[in-house]
Design a binder for this molecule. Sequence first.
Ligand code: SF4
Length: 328
Amino acid sequence: MKHLPTQNSAVAQILLAWYDQQGRSLPWRGLRNPYAIWLSEIILQQTRVEQGLPYWQRFLRELPTLDDLARAEPEVVKGLWSGLGYYRRADLLHRAAKHLVEHGWPSGYEMWRGVPGVGPYTAGALASILDGEPVPALDGNAYRVYARLSDWRSPIDSAASKAFIAEFAGARMPAQRPGDFNQAIMDLAQALCVPRKPRCPSCPISDFCLARQNGSAEGLPTKVRNPKVRAESWHFAVAHKDGQFGLVQRPASGIWSGLFAPVQLDSAPNGLEPEVVTHRLSHRALTLNMYRVSEGFADFTHWMTPEEWRSRGMPQAFVHWMTKFTYI
Ligand code: SF4
């Protein structure tokens, strides 16, 4: 059994050959347009490709250049983002566009880290794809692949493990085609090196995988703990007249910042039965209690049809409620 070689290794050549044959065919791959590529990376943060792809296409159709995005009204950007969730990312995208117009496209990992909304993973992806810099792009999928390749058994969510994987991966980045190499790792994670029951017999680099050699692949990576999920119950007043819903704009900070929502109440109003829907956020399990009230019940500052509301960015929790109770 071979050990995983280091820089410019056979592993890179084998994996890149596999990627050329079997990598996913995605419309932004092979483009040289930094705007289209940056947009794809931002949209795909915490989002599946199938879900993000139509949004990427819609942004490019409606706002085809970086200048168009930077100059767009915030409501337009939120509207294009509507339905993707994590609306803070839409704000960051808009801020980043203005930053990029002002400062120009970055060159290299460190400069990318200075762009709003670009964390370590995205900076690695963009620097390797656009600038040819041999830096790894490490998200949960890549950590899984590298933890298995190196048979790293310590909990992956510790600082020491992250430092080890960053060093291990960094030493194995090829000087040629580093962007394709990072994307090949992603495709391997998605197609073969899956969380449960990795398909090692089909894996092109199984000869170099220490976890495969030691029979530990399926149990890796290990984790210290699951983040605690807090259960919360929230109450909202819903006024409805002539096909429109009474709404207010949420504060500029906090959950659903700047978006429109029914009026949130401190507690359940007396004598009213709610329409109940549950919604999961990263660390919260929300129960939304929606109470039908008259239009004078609260100060509803905006009235919108469901279509108008969606076009201005309807939080996903309310999409669930409206779907469940057939308002949309
Ligand atoms: S051999 Fe198995 S565990 Fe190792 S990288 Fe390939 S799919 Fe993942």
